[in-house]
Design a protein around this ligand. Structure first.
Ligand code: ARG
Ligand code: ZN
Length: 884
């Protein structure tokens, strides 16, 4: 059943308090809920419809009286209460029985490694008890948990522990009370054998907060970085947004079985253990960075999500886009801003742009859904974060902060909409952001074209912008968008030209700030076509457009290759320096792909080699900037730019360029590896991370040559590594090339780490992602490996998700990759529809490929859709993929 934003209706009944009582057991769990209900308006006589799924109803009472069978109606999705006391507050008591031990969907109450835990967002609470499972129903919760004391010594829920004690029969109980109103999706319960790392944080107003990170005893040592991250996040939110934590206790629990990354349940965040556990020996720099970001993300939700929540699930980006923006800024402030921005924009380009151009394209605020879980997407999250970033770009840091302050002042304790956020931003700044709201309603990545011309006589320079928003499913025609274009102009020495005024819309507009000239201005492009003219320029400048990637658009400018090389060498905006290199690389790769398709010999432009060489040997550059700048755009990014995506050609070209660069810059790469070795103990800080990053990129280039000398070098790095970042990079470098060395080192790595499931997942992923010819057979064998388990999402993401990340193998022309995924999806859907649905998404872009591939992929989608008992999750993605 499809649900539409335009059908939103206020609830007829609100809930004030909710008392839950869980009696946890091995065969069954009994859940008693006692809710005080009040009608929205006096005299409302409508039935009360409660959501419920996979529940066994034991009893219902209203005001203490058991309901008779004719007073309610029960079906597989709802419990409808037909006769209710008129216009007064009443209490509702419901008892249900559930079976968490059989719950493989990992939604609602389930068991992970013997412990009980919950995941309620978006609509999992209905698998725990009958309830109005929607975020605009906010209530005060009390939760009593009762369980066997030996099996489940730790009993946790939201808020404060107010009572605990022992019971007969070896059981015990705990009572938790959360003083803040919340929607049910923020409810959480954990029970199990866990131990905690404890610390404290004193808020700036002097509240002493106990911090606890819970894991099985053997993992406790690996929680130091998570605790560091949590404290840094708490401090940062105070410093940057003036936001303090609001309770005396903050718990984080790490569980190995979790569908997503983590969940911001009030004061009881639950995490996928891969985003909590880290040690230098077992986790890479990327893992450390992800932990910092996600611990921050979930903590920041306490204000953006929990204190102010969403009216309905269409507003998801209200909390997710905003909170991703906040975690991005947090990571930037803790590390390097440019490097973080490059990583975020790359992610947007490789995943969100394709989504926005395919059958699953949807606006940041979707108009409809069948299963909400399918809309926890890169569009809602990452494009949503770009939308928030644009407010900041347009209003300035100070103006953005004023908007945030007003948002909290107006909406604390409420469930609100994206318009409410927009209104707070505008009102706090007396700003008119005209059609900015179309970022929430129009899908598709705008294409912005820029043409420039210099008039030597008039000493003026004109930039003409035109924009097109491509049609997407259900939205054939679009309005122009409000696009902030941050811009600087470079003189022939590569220096920024001071900007004082711009001629636009028949007016000369001053862009000075307090009489001071500025070097980056933000042009507001709002119409289909628009011109901006700069005057008083003694020579043709080189424009640096869309600095810092100021809007999520595809930019097509008339810059020449020599302009781009110039920007790569000089732009004061480091992001745009990197971007200039990427534009050059994309052009180069596309033209080589065309050559390859026409069977022409591949020749690498020597200017490109020189460009890479000069970056590689420029010691004034940040090492991670170098590492990013010498990394070619991914295969997906290039395929995304082609009329018909050709995975074989793109792969051949990317490998060719890599090998060619490695061959021609052998000496430079070797020096880079040697100069960036270190015998120091692992530290997670910028200078050591960038050293490792650069060394690892150089090593991968060298190893691509399949030369004994460099295989030996990689082996040496593998054996001498003292941390996972370097060990794994060396392993990956070796594993690029088939052969005995590869097999031996992979086996060695497994035997070293077989006791550590998180490291084993990396080992699965590395083999799954391999571009080695015919890899599908290896992956099929790995499905049968004793360490693999289809019920564990992380293992599925590593092995199945990893395999789909190798275009040559997933899109193999014989259809073997498609067939493999089709089979797995059907199997997986019976266990865990959310995970199956994420996997089936790999098919959604099938129309981008040639006819042979289209037919094969389509066949698998049809096979999936014809499966009996298919979940709504997979149905939605598969049917929309076929429809478009
Ligand atoms: N709110 C969580 C976050 O921090 C994600 C929860 C997603 N859950 C789901 N079933 N899709 O991003
Ligand atoms: Zn989130």
């Amino acid at each position: 059943k499809e649900i539409f934003l335009k059908d939103y209706k206020l609830p007829d009944y609100y809930f004030q308090t909710v008392k839950l009582n869980f009696s946890l057991g091995e065969e069954k769990t009994i859940v008693c809920s006692e809710i005080t209900v009040f009608p929205r308006e006096e005299g409302i006589a409508s039935p009360l419809v409660l959501d419920g799924q996979d529940l066994k109803l034991l009893s219902i009472k209203v005001n203490g009286k058991e309901l008779k069978v004719e007073e309610y109606h029960l079906d597989s999705r709802h419990l409808t209460l037909l006769s209710l006391p008129r216009s007064t507050k009443f209490t509702l008591e419901i008892v249900t029985e559930i079976y968490p031990q059989n719950n493989t969907s990992l939604e609602g109450l389930y068991k992970s490694s013997g412990n009980f835990c919950t995941q309620c967002e978006a609509e999992g609470f209905r698998k725990i008890t009958f309830y109005q499972d929607r975020p605009d129903i906010m209530a005060i919760y009390t939760c009593r948990i009762e369980a066997d004391k030996t099996l489940y010594p730790v009993l946790l829920s939201n808020g404060n522990l107010i009572e605990k004690g022992d019971l007969e029969g070896g059981r015990h109980y705990a009572v938790w009370e959360d003083p803040f109103k919340k929607p049910c999706y923020l409810f959480a319960l954990v029970a199990g054998q866990l131990e905690s790392r404890d610390d404290t944080f004193i808020t700036r107003s002097g509240r002493k907060v106990s911090l606890r990170i819970w894991t099985p005893a053997q993992d406790l040592a690996k929680t130091a970085h998570a605790m560091y991250s949590l404290k840094a996040a708490m401090k940062w939110d105070e410093d940057v947004f003036g936001l303090e934590y609001d309770l005396d206790l903050f718990n984080i629990v790490a569980v190995p079985d979790f569908n997503m990354g983590a969940m911001e349940n009030k004061s009881l965040n639950i995490f996928n253990s891969k985003l909590v556990l880290a040690s230098p020996e077992t986790a890479s720099d990327a893992d450390y960075a992800a932990i910092l970001g996600v611990i921050g993300h979930e903590y920041f939700h306490n204000w953006t999500g929990n204190r102010v929540t969403c009216r309905d699930w269409f507003q998801l980006s209200l909390k997710e886009g905003l909170t991703v923006f906040r975690d991005q800024e947090f990571s930037s402030d803790m590390g390097s801003r440019t490097v973080k921005r490059i990583a975020d924009v790359s992610k947007l380009r490789s995943y969100q742009f394709p989504q926005d151009a395919g059958p699953m394209a949807h606006p940041v605020r979707p108009h409809s859904y069948i299963k909400m879980d399918n809309f926890y997407t890169v569009t809602v999250y990452e494009k949503g974060a770009e939308v928030v970033r644009m407010y900041k770009t347009l209003l300035g840091s100070h103006g953005f902060r004023k908007g945030m302050d007003l948002y909290f002042k107006r909406h604390d304790g409420q469930a609100v909409t994206c318009e409410d956020f927009f209104a707070a931003m505008c009102d706090a700044n007396d700003a008119n952001l005209s059609n900015f709201l179309s970022w929430y309603s129009q899908a598709g990545t705008p294409l912005v074209k820029v043409t420039s011309s210099y008039n030597a006589e008039a000493r003026s320079y004109s930039l003409k912008f035109s924009q097109v928003v491509p049609p997407t499913r259900g939205q054939p025609v679009k309005e122009p968008m409000f696009i902030p274009v941050a811009l600087g102009l470079l003189d022939s020495n590569g220096k920024d030209i001071p900007l004082s005024s711009v001629y636009h819309d028949g007016m000369l507009k001053s862009i000075e700030k307090n009489g001071e000239p500025i070097y980056t201005t933000v042009l507001q492009v709002k119409k289909k076509e628009e011109e901006f003219v700069f005057s008083d320029l003694s020579e043709r400048p080189v424009p640096s457009l869309l600095r810092g990637f100021s809007a999520p658009v595809r930019l097509d400018s008339d810059l020449t290759d020599s302009d781009l090389f110039f920007l790569l060498a000089h732009d004061s905006d480091e992001f745009n320096r990197w971007e200039a290199g990427q534009v050059l690389a994309r052009k180069l790769m596309l033209s080589l792909v065309a050559d390859y398709q026409q069977n022409k010999p591949l020749v690498l432009n020597p200017k490109f080699v020189l460009g890479i060489k000069s970056i590689l040997s420029d010691s004034s550059l940040d090492k991670e900037f170098i590492a990013k700048a010498i990394t070619l755009p991914g295969e997906g990014e290039i395929m995304d730019l082609m009329e018909v995506a050709d995975p074989d050609a793109v792969h051949a070209v990317r490998s060719f360029i890599r090998k060619q660069l490695a061959a021609e810059l052998k000496a430079e790469f070797l020096k880079t590896v040697q100069n960036n070795r270190s015998s120091e103990a692992y530290v997670f800080n910028h200078s050591s991370m960038v050293r490792r990053a650069l060394k690892n990129v150089a090593l991968a280039y060298l190893a691509s040559l399949e030369d004994m000398e460099f295989t030996e070098l990689a082996l040496h790095e593998y054996r001498s590594a003292t941390n996972m970042t370097e060990q794994f990079a060396a392993l990956a470098a070796i594993a690029q090339n088939p052969g005995k060395t590869r097999d031996d080192v992979l086996a060695d790595f497994y035997s070293k780490w077989e006791h550590d499931y998180l490291v084993v997942n990396k080992w699965f992923a590395l083999q799954a992602m391999s571009d080695i010819h015919g890899n599908v057979e290896n992956v099929r064998n790995l499905l049968k490996h004793p360490a693999f388990d289809l019920r564990n999402p992380n293992k599925v993401y590593s092995l199945i998700g990893g395999f789909c990340g190798s275009p040559v193998n997933f899109h193999a022309k014989d259809g073997s990759g498609y067939k493999f995924l089709g089979e797995v999806v059907v199997q997986l859907d019976k266990l865990n529809p959310q995970v199956a649905s994420r996997m089936v998404s790999a098919f959604s872009r099938w129309r981008r490929y040639d006819e042979t591939r289209q037919k094969l992929a389509k066949g698998q989608l049809e096979m999936i859709l014809s499966t009996n008992g298919l979940s709504e999750n997979v149905f939605e993605i598969a049917s929309k993929s076929l429809a478009a």
